[in-house]
Design a protein around this ligand. Sequence first.
Ligand code: DNO
Length: 391
Amino acid sequence: MEKTWRWFGKKDPITLQMLRQIGVEGIVTALHEVKNGDVWTYEAIMDLKNYIEAAGLRWSVVESLPVMESIKYGGPDRDELIEKYKISLANLGKAGVKTVCYNFMPVLDWARTDLYHTWADGGTSLYFDKVEFCYFERYILKREGAEKDYTDEENAKADEMSKHMTKEDNDRMVENIIIKTQGFVNGNISEEDFDPVGKFRSLLALYKDIDRDALRENMRYFLSAIMPTCDEWGMNMCVHPDDPPMQLLGLPRIVTCDEDIEWFLNAVDNPHNGLTFCCGSLSAGAQNDIPELARKYAKRTHFVHLRSTNVEPNGNFIEADHLAGRANLIEVCRIFEEQNPGLPMRVDHGRCILGDEKGSFNAGYSFHGRMLALGKMDGVMATIKYMNANK
Ligand code: DNO
């Protein structure tokens, strides 16, 4: 697989030069300065592409070309927004950047409760705690009926928590769940928002009449509408699984498991309609067997995220070492090297180690932690290639 790295543009403190030195071949990025929903012009795409190529690298994948909420819930302006999306896709195609990662998650792009969960060795990683999320929904967001989505035990623990949570604790939780994970991915909520919780509530309200089937139909509508452009320009669309792959916030989630993947691939059965095989997101769902999914969907995968998690019996999950956890990345690499070897892969998230916590990195996107993970996965891939060549 091609070794790629998520790079956040010219302002990223991790420079392209640094990336070349650690063996990165391809770049995964987006026009982060363009407002969601606006057209990506050919000129702006070429400017960034030339910048990347001048450093001896290739722009391998767009992550992400965001799909506007209105396309997801089927708002009155969705056709207009889809037309703009198609223009951006055609411009990317003309520029030769052919793989586009996106997601179809309502409102949230991804969710964690703790961005710096400390390990015994002093390093940190991202963490999701169900009871904390329950507390967030019931006591901060005050979502009606939220308690029904949790067990009695989880609700009781959240009630217990409410007795000692301070205003600062609550602010930090809002920051972790809806600000820090969303801002840098061109999400709906940003650091500048004056009332993030209020804004979040109004975003959730947009989905009040949208159930799982309606969301699926809106995804089918979107994919059917853009496929002719993808066919014309050879664009590979690859949806990112829901992270985490479970129901949250009373919102429908439709890319969480085998059945979901099968549904959207068959709903628009075109090779340009494919998957971002995010081992991290998928492995956070106890229902998913990652190597089995890789074997089944390798041929419809256009992009691989290498990351692993450990799920605790109570449903909490932690981002694990890339060679540990339940994703079994060694086996996953073996499968992809065999079935679809040219795919771009990137290590997704890394721990904060060796001073990463002092850097100004986006949550999950440390430098040393990701570099170590890339070194490990590079070693795994080199070993697999060697073994295959010397069978
Ligand atoms: C988080 C990422 C996501 C992903 C988008 C794709 O670290 O995996 O933000 O890029 O969901 O649209």
